[in-house]
Design a binder for this molecule. Structure first.
Ligand code: PEP
Ligand code: MG
Length: 880
């Protein structure tokens, strides 16, 4: 039997998201629970995969089943595709497994051609109906040309603007039937002009091309960027939904809208949304006209509004989550076109999760599981300094579309945003409205300000998703995009001028207002408490300074998993002593320099132990390639020569000798200690003296320093360094006449260490996976250079993610698992963690949970993310 590629809405349900995509599965579910959904069908995500396997073409079997779907749809709706008496018009919309708002393509009013248009008009003498038909026709030609044939939208927009100017009107709705008729014919001429062929009039051909376009859109650049940002695998594919059109642009008794059952910005339990009368869906989202708040729908369409309120309750009760819905009212009658769990800000996500627990709709575990850990980042985003803010008065106001504060120089195009950001400028992207092509520019900006569009406009939705500050719909701005300037309440702003915007209040300020870190409170604490209750992985932080350690502690770190001691030497005063150490010729000279460094190290370590209040602190011994520290200017070289009592030439000769062809694989890590054991001796003294002092001052803490040896690849290497650490530490402890436990462990960051982990485990107290180096050395990709060529890997889909950001579970992960399997039986007390960048990435944290690590360690601001991800991993496991 042939594979089933097409499902009528009545054949699916909400659990079939993988096959039908989110939109298709929810349309089916809404149909099943009796909500008013125009009855159509879904072409599966598997058909999308097949389309790519077949060399980007829809095979006859899939198209055949789609046409059977059309037939059933015709019967269900009592209309016929391409018919001149009772024509069926359809929408064709993408719908992936995970929602990707605005990323892929939609075509509305498909099935229209000159004959159908003429027949429709002939069948209804109402002049308003004629206007509606031409409005639909010109929209179809425009969308089809743009989405399916990739003729730029701008050509059509220019024609509309010209027409509006000629007619002396401001809005599309003011154009008459004759104007729209004329526009439709201009559009077709433009199509021919651009493509050299006539606009396709056969509805079946239109449908096939549209389905292909949706499948193709899965691979468009903006979808690829979105997928990478949101961890959506390319292999999932998108489904295509074909459903009968209902017309919000039929007349003034019709309209269309988008709504959320709770406020997606704050989480407050109240219906939030916007709608437009006499319009089609894209008008609301694209911000062509500024829509009205949903509450006004009560006056316009009281019956449909009442019904809609009931639908909202039904959907929330059914999905137990905040819903984002699209609907249309046609001649006073309500139709549901889409529902999904709504995208929301981090604050809203936390509030909604807590409220749902309080309302008895979710358990604590479910509440923890429903929050996207990456979203928490936005909570930690800057706000304006309140004192500074008080000194400023807003010069304008738009909608607070995505919270956080931002300050930067004005740019007017997405490309400029990217370019300016590349050269280190902070920018605010100011646009009439944004469109999906702007996504990279939006990402490069500190914040986004738009003239048009509401809370559900592209700019608002995308900015919220990215956790970026956005003020939308500031209609008071008089924009001149072409000349890169605008005026707002009498003041002219140019490219490069400073602007500050507040995405919470919508306020816009002239000039610079400094921003400060966010304060976390309220529901955040509650969710984190639940997360801590259910997680098994401990979460530590990577911190090299007491300030970082304190911040991480506030954010819930349970210790330090990595202190990179080399980072403690970049201070100008210290680097000189360090340079003296490197540029020594003899051990004595080196020891003399190390003597100068030791007190700095001891003080630093004390502060770290203090900050962690008895929780574990892992101190990683010196790791960098030495050349990173050598002086570069003549002045610095001369200064060093003087301090070392050497000639400038001698110092230069030492610097030259330190040059390496491949520093990342060169003289660093434990190799430094093998060559210069006195470095490890000094560091051990500093660690142990600091620990003794802090333990003395805080008898109730248990200070157990963990000394970590980097870049070990051979057990004898580890034993060599460990020997001098243990001798030094024991001598210090003995001399102080105290008792102090300490541990000596290693990083596992060289494949050979993973392969021989059983030998190393016999000697080490702990393993900590340095997945930055382990990734570098497993892939053979230089961590410093991979950025240059990884884009080509994404484009060719060889890799979908940066392996330095997302742990490569297949390869690098296998080495980690192997290390545990080899190491743990040899040393059952061995404790294991990760401190590479992956320790703060949710998916990688989940993997760390699965393979049984004891802790993850990440940068301070990632600590809450890791806590939540660890809890989600434990909760998911307990459900299996
Ligand atoms: C690592 O390699 O993963 C690591 C944490 O060490 P560094 O980044 O300092 O090399
Ligand atoms: Mg490393």
């Amino acid at each position: 039997m042939a594979k089933k590629w097409v499902y009528m809405f009545t054949e699916g349900n909400a659990t079939m998201r993988e096959l039908l995509g989110g939109k298709g599965a929810n349309l089916a579910e809404m149909s099943n629970i009796g909500l008013p959904v125009p009855q159509g069908f879904t072409i599966t995500t598997e058909a999308c995969t097949q389309y790519y396997e077949d060399g980007r073409r829809i095979n006859d079997e899939i198209m055949g089943q789609a046409m059977e779907g059309v037939k059933k749809m015709e019967e269900l709706n009592g209309k016929k595709f391409g018919d001149l008496k009772n024509p069926l018009l359809v929408s064709v919309r993408s719908g992936a497994r995970a929602s990707m708002p605005g990323m892929m393509d939609t075509i509305l009013n498909l099935g229209l051609n000159d004959e159908v248009v003429a027949a429709m008009i002939a069948g209804n003498p109402d002049p308003k109906f004629e206007r509606f038909v031409y409005d639909s026709y010109r929209r179809f030609i425009q969308m089809f040309s743009d989405v399916v044939m990739e003729v730029g939208k701008k050509y059509f927009e220019q024609l509309i603007d010209k027409m509006k100017e000629e007619k002396g009107v401001k809005f599309d709705v003011e154009l008459t039937a004759a104007d729209l008729k004329e526009l439709a014919s201009q559009f077709k001429a433009e199509y021919k002009n651009q493509l050299g062929q006539d606009f396709p009039s056969d509805p079946v051909e239109q449908l096939k091309l549209a389905i292909e376009a949706v499948f193709r859109s899965w691979d468009n650049p903006r979808a690829n960027v979105y997928r990478r940002d949101n961890d959506i695998p390319y292999s999932w594919g998108t489904a295509v939904n074909v459903m009968p059109m209902v017309f919000g642009n039929l007349n003034d008794n019709s309209g269309t809208g988008v709504a959320f059952t709770r406020d997606p910005a704050t989480g407050e339990k109240k219906l939030m949304g916007e709608f437009l009368t006499n319009a089609q869906g894209e008008d609301v989202v694209a911000g062509v006209r500024t829509p009205m708040p949903i509450t006004q729908m009560a006056e316009k369409f009281p019956e449909a509004y009442e019904q809609f309120l009931k639908v909202c309750d039904t959907l929330e009760g059914h999905y137990h989550d905040m819903q984002d819905m699209e609907f249309t009212v046609e001649n006073g009658k309500l139709y549901m076109l889409q529902c999904r769990n709504g995208k929301r800000t981090a604050q809203a996500a936390l509030k909604i999760a807590c409220d749902l627990v309080d309302e008895g709709m979710k358990t604590e575990q479910e509440a923890v599981a429903m929050i996207d850990p990456r979203n928490l980042d936005t909570l930690l985003h800057p706000q304006f300094d309140t004192k500074e803010l008080k000194k400023n008065t807003p010069i304008g106001k738009g909608l607070g579309a995505s919270p956080g504060a931002a300050c930067g120089k004005i740019v007017f195009t997405a490309d400029d945003a990217v370019e300016w950001a590349k050269r280190g400028e902070k920018v605010i992207l100011v646009r009439l409205e944004t469109s999906p092509e702007d996504i990279t520019g939006m990402k490069s900006s500190e914040g986004i300000l738009t003239v048009r569009g509401g809370m559900t406009s592209h700019a608002a939705v995308v900015a919220r998703g990215m956790g970026e500050c956005c003020v939308s719909g500031c209609g008071d701005i008089n924009m001149d995009e072409e000349n890169k300037k605008f005026t707002l309440h009498g003041k002219e702003f140019h490219e490069g001028d400073f602007l500050s915007i507040d995405g919470t209040t919508g306020n816009i300020y002239d000039g610079v207002i400094p921003t400060v870190d966010a304060q976390i409170a309220g529901e955040f604490g509650r969710i984190m408490e639940w997360a801590d209750k259910y997680r098994k992985l401990a979460v530590r932080t990577n911190a090299d300074t007491p300030q970082d350690a304190k911040k991480a502690r506030e954010l819930g770190a349970q210790g330090i998993g990595l202190c990179r001691t080399e980072h403690m030497f970049f201070d100008p005063e210290r680097i000189e002593a360090f340079r003296e150490m490197i540029c020594s010729d003899t051990a004595e000279e080196r020891e003399e320099a190390l003597e100068k460094i030791e007190p700095y190290q001891e003080a630093d370590f004390k502060a770290l132990f203090e900050a962690m209040e008895g929780d574990p602190v892992t101190i990683r011994f010196l790791d960098p390639p030495l050349h990173e520290f050598v002086p570069t200017t003549e002045e610095e070289i001369a200064k060093l020569a003087k301090a070392k009592n050497k000639s400038v030439e001698q110092i230069k000769a030492i610097i030259t000798s330190l040059h390496e062809f491949n520093p990342m694989m060169g003289h660093r890590g434990c190799r430094l200690t093998v060559t210069y054991p006195e470095i490890a001796v000094m560091q051990t003294k500093a660690v142990i003296r600091a620990a003794i002092a802090v333990q003395k001052a805080h008898a109730d803490w248990k200070v157990v320093p963990e000394i970590m040896i980097p870049l070990v690849g051979e057990v004898k290497e580890f034993k060599f360094v460990k020997k001098s650490v243990v001798e030094t530490a024991d001598a210090e402890i003995k001399a102080a006449g105290v008792e102090l436990k300490y541990e000596v462990g290693t990083m596992i960051e060289i494949p050979r260490a993973a392969l021989t982990a059983d030998e190393i485990a016999a000697e080490a107290d702990f393993f900590c996976f340095g997945t930055n180096d382990l990734t570098q050395m497993t892939f053979g990709f230089s961590r410093d250079d991979a950025g240059k060529f990884l884009d080509a890997y994404y484009d060719t889909k060889i890799y979908e993610q940066d392996p330095f950001a997302k742990l490569d579970q297949k390869g690098v992960g296998k080495l980690m698992k192997m290390s545990l399997e080899l190491g743990k039986p040899v040393n059952p007390k061995l404790h294991c963690g990760i401190c590479g960048e992956h320790g703060g990435d949710p998916q990688s944290v989940e993997f760390c949970h699965e393979i049984g690590l004891d802790y993850v360690s990440c940068s301070p601001f990632r600590v809450p993310v890791a806590r939540l991800a660890a809890a989600q991993a434990a909760i998911a496991e307990s459900r299996q």
